[in-house]
Every structure is written in structure tokens, then in C-alpha cells.
Design a protein around this ligand. Structure first.
Ligand code: 1HE
Length: 263
């Protein structure tokens, strides 16, 4: 593991392990609450990844992934300032979802409010059994502002998100896995290694495949079917015409590539 040379606030730590960049939320005393500085730092991290990075692992230090928005910073804002603040989060999290490489988030403890919005911007979520999810915005008299109302209904549906916000309901790690908040569930202390293994695997994919999955797939899913089929055909043709695909298919046909195996 080596440090990544980036200008980040003390609440964030950046390292690399081979071709995986690792971003740690490192403000455990405040439960990794996210202030403006941290959000700007997240944006800096995702926009300054070295070209040879193939995937990102995102995790949190201490007992919790993130307690969401730093409520201590919630000063009196007028409507215009409030819109700008939410826009800051939107801009930073766009750089995660539609950035250069796929992102694996490792979750544990509280994944709440803006912390859940951050996790939702990643491409793969690994949850340890200690994880719990909540949207306490309702009880704080505010609303989600970090893209939650766009991304979370796509993961769990509008009705579940409404329930979380209206009732303050918390989902456990196991429930979160069942409804699609995570796609891997691990024992305590195993999330990082599991996430790193997944990130390393993702980094070995053909770059064009990762591009198609990150950039084309979610957009195709939003299109009317007719447009979706057309864009899928184009993306598929572009991917298979690439030299990387030709080499990988040749490897399979000449029995050099691994077969698909049950886990
Ligand atoms: C904080 C924050 C925070 C902790 N902003 N300082 N998010 C919330 O409404 C969740 C608020 N936090 C909690 O419910 C709890 O802190 C936890 C369940 C996450 C963790 O509990 P615990 O017992 O481990 O820690 P703690 O004793 O509550 O907190 C430790 C310290 O972190 C304490 O500060 P201290 O100086 O007294 O030691 C807390 O004040 C501080 N802390 N969470 C500021 N969130 C883009 S819009 C997004 C909108 C939202 O995210 S709203 C949801 C906000």
C-alpha cells in the first residue's frame, strides 16, 4: 500500500494498492460526518486519479461508514445558498458515479443520510453485518440533498425510500442486502478484504467493458426501449470490435482463459 499524492483534507486518506486506489473517510471522532471540505476532497480525489488506476475502494475509519451531513456545519442558509450546497454534493458524487473507473464501497456501522447517498453513488456495495441504513433527514426537518432522491429509488424503490424518510425506519445489513442496498454481505472486519478483492477483479476487466457498464448501462436503463436497444447495439458493437475483446475471445477459444465457475 502506498500513499497517493493528492491535496486532500485531513478527513480523507488516499492510498493505492497496485491498480486500486483507496479512499478512506478518516474522521472517526465525528463518525465520518461529511463537511464541505470533505465533499470537495472527494471531488478532488475522483478527478485526480492517476491514469493507471483501474478501480476505487471507498471505506470508512472507526465504528461507522458515515453519519452523513456534518450537522455542525448546517448554518443558516437562504434558498440560493441551499441550492448551491446541494449542487456541491451533486457535482462531487457525479464524479463517483460517472467518473473514470468503477467504485466499490465497503460499509459498516451507520450508513445514514448523506453517508447513504455517498454509498449509493458507488457501483458495488459490500456491507459488513454491523451495517445499518437510515435517512434521518425527516426527523431533522430537512431533505436529502446529495442525490439520494435520484439514486436510492433506483436501488430500493420510491415506496421504501418514502417509508425510511417518513418513519425514520432503519434497515439492518441483512435487510439492506435483501432489498438491494448491498450486493455482498460479510462478517465484521472482512469487508475491506472482500471489497479489495472485488476492486482488483474489476480493474482487470477490459477498460471499454468498464466504461460501457458505468456510462452506458445506467443511461440505457433510463431510455425508452427502442432507444435503449439501439444504443445497446452500438455499445456492444464498439466493445467487441476492440482489440482487447478480440484477444480475450481468442484466449477463451484457445483454452487459455478461465471458465465461468459457480461460487
Ligand atoms: C456528528 C454527526 C453528524 C455524529 N454531524 N457531528 N445525520 C444524522 O442525523 C446522524 C447523526 N448521528 C447519529 O445519529 C450518531 O452519531 C451515529 C448513530 C451516527 C453514531 O452514534 P455514536 O453513539 O457512535 O456517536 P455519537 O456519540 O452520537 O457521536 C460522536 C461524535 O460525532 C459527537 O461529537 P462530540 O464532539 O460530542 O464527540 C457527535 O456530535 C458527532 N457526530 N454524527 C456532526 N452527522 C446532503 S444532505 C444530507 C443530509 C443528511 O445527511 S441528514 C442526516 C445527518
Amino acid at each position: 500500500m502506498t500513499a497517493l499524492d493528492m491535496k486532500l483534507p485531513v478527513s480523507l486518506k488516499a492510498e493505492r494498492d497496485g491498480d486500486v486506489a483507496i479512499l478512506k473517510l478518516a474522521r472517526p471522532l465525528k463518525r465520518n460526518a461529511l463537511n464541505d471540505e470533505a465533499i470537495l476532497g472527494i471531488e478532488t480525489f475522483f478527478t485526480s486519479l492517476p491514469d493507471d488506476i483501474g478501480a476505487v475502494l471507498l471505506h470508512g475509519e472507526g465504528e461507522h461508514f458515515s453519519a452523513g451531513l456534518d450537522l455542525g456545519e448546517l448554518k443558516e442558509r437562504d434558498v440560493t445558498q441551499g441550492i448551491a450546497h446541494s449542487g456541491l454534493w451533486h457535482r462531487a458524487f457525479e464524479k463517483i458515479q460517472f467518473g473514470k473507473v468503477p467504485v466499490v464501497a465497503v460499509l459498516h456501522g451507520a450508513v445514514v443520510g448523506g453517508g447513504l447517498e455517498l454509498a449509493a453513488a458507488a457501483h458495488v456495495r459490500v456491507a459488513e453485518h454491523s451495517t445499518y441504513y437510515a435517512l434521518p433527514e425527516g426527523s431533522r426537518g430537512i431533505f436529502v440533498g446529495g442525490g439520494g432522491s435520484v439514486r436510492l429509488p433506483r436501488l430500493i424503490g420510491v415506496a421504501r425510500m418514502m417509508d425510511m424518510m417518513l418513519t425514520g425506519r432503519t434497515y439492518s445489513a441483512e435487510e439492506g442486502q435483501a432489498i438491494g442496498l448491498s450486493t455482498y454481505l460479510t462478517e465484521a472486519g472482512h469487508g475491506f478484504d472482500k471489497g479489495l478483492t472485488i476492486a482488483r477483479h474489476i480493474a482487470t476487466n477490459a477498460p471499454l467493458t468498464n466504461f460501457a457498464v458505468m456510462q452506458a448501462l445506467p443511461r440505457i436503463a433510463e431510455m425508452p426501449p427502442g432507444s435503449g436497444f439501439a444504443v445497446e447495439a452500438l455499445m456492444s458493437a464498439i466493445a467487441q470490435a476492440d482489440g482487447e475483446a478480440k484477444a480475450r475471445l481468442k484466449d477463451f477459444l484457445e483454452k487459455r482463459a478461465p471458465k465461468v465457475k459457480p461460487t
